[in-house]
Ligand binder design. Sequence first.
Ligand code: ASP
Length: 268
Amino acid sequence: MPFIVCKFGGSSLAAGDRFLRVRDIIRSDPSRRAIVVSAPGRRDAKDEKITDLLIRYFETGDEALWRAAETRFLEIGETIGADAAPLLQETREAILRKSSAAFAAGRGEYLSARLLARLLGFRFVDAMDCVRFTEGGTLDRAATRREMLHCLCGEPFVLPGFYGADAARRAFVFPRGGGDITGALVAANLGADVYENWTDVDGVYDRDPAVDPRARRQRRLTYDQMESLAAAGANVLHPDSLRPAREESIPVHVRSSFLPRASGTWIT
Ligand code: ASP
């Protein structure tokens, strides 16, 4: 059976009904056994991303920001039939105790992964245990590879994207949008047949479809072409996520969780 690593972005997990849609996508193909997730993103233009709420909560201590994040997760829990309240209380206490901006920023991914793992019946693996940063906060690729091979083989799992830790378990995060990098590292280190990157657009366009009606979806791109589009501002994939996939020649398939039958864009 082929082995597919899936990364679901924040818009794909922004609310409880979207978690259910993601569950259905994963269950529709038993090859999808390695799942990497973002924190819930915006449900609509007026909404805030959970990551932004958590960063501001850490910076200001404003409890209204925590309550806004909590309300989002309680709704997700309720929709998927899980009581998220104890997990939320534990998480808030951990944020206050650890007093680390990076730790707080990554808690949206942590909660997303805990809830999705419960919904799927997959095991949860904490990125603190397998995405390794140096003391200076840069990615340690060799140690990450070693830890991923140790922690991620075997049963299907859900792993939070975006954060990791150094050897002393101090949290670090990738740049914003960096859940894609975690997904690509998993795909490269575990030798996936495909790295599926699920987002809210049905593929990569040659220009921004939101502003230019002449934009056309690209069915296939080379890694080089995708790098040029990313450098020119196409933000569908984090630019740093291409390198690990490219080095191991792993095909990247950009797809929309809102249109799961659409053919998306293949980057090879
Ligand atoms: N949640 C993080 C962000 O909003 C990382 C990600 O979504 O990939 O930037």
